[in-house]
Design a protein around this ligand. Structure first.
Ligand code: FES
Length: 113
């Protein structure tokens, strides 16, 4: 393998992974889909496509492991987890974090160690 194989351009400035898991109603683990994720991710995807300028990635993900807290998404490279509940929340995350790099503290899951 040559050095050129690792000389890749940075594709995205920020990259969102959003949980698209949908479990049936009444499932003991719940799911982001059951918590209303789909319309939020539809909105986020539209904004990324229209306004992301190719610098923001949006990738559907499977279960992220904290199902009862959903809908969940994580933003890299910062590794910030968010749990938006409304279209306004999605817009705030897009405008503040994805476009400007700021933290939307009120919607972030703060992981205690
Ligand atoms: S179903 Fe979304 S985190 Fe598990």
């Amino acid at each position: 393998m040559t050095d050129e194989a690792f000389d890749l351009p940075q594709v995205y400035v920020r990259h969102v992974f959003a949980c698209f898991t949908q479990r049936p109603p009444g499932h003991p683990r719940g799911s982001c889909g059951a918590a209303g994720a789909q319309p939020l991710w539809d909105r986020l995807g539209r904004r990324v496509e229209a306004e992301g300028g190719g610098l923001i990635g949006f990738t559907p993900a499977g279960c992220l492991g904290f199902c009862s807290a959903g809908p969940l998404m994580v933003v890299y490279p910062e590794g910030v987890w968010y749990r938006p509940q409304s279209a306004a929340d999605v817009d705030e995350i897009f405008d503040t974090h994805l476009k400007q790099g700021g933290l939307v503290e009120r919607l972030a899951m703060i992981l205690k160690r």
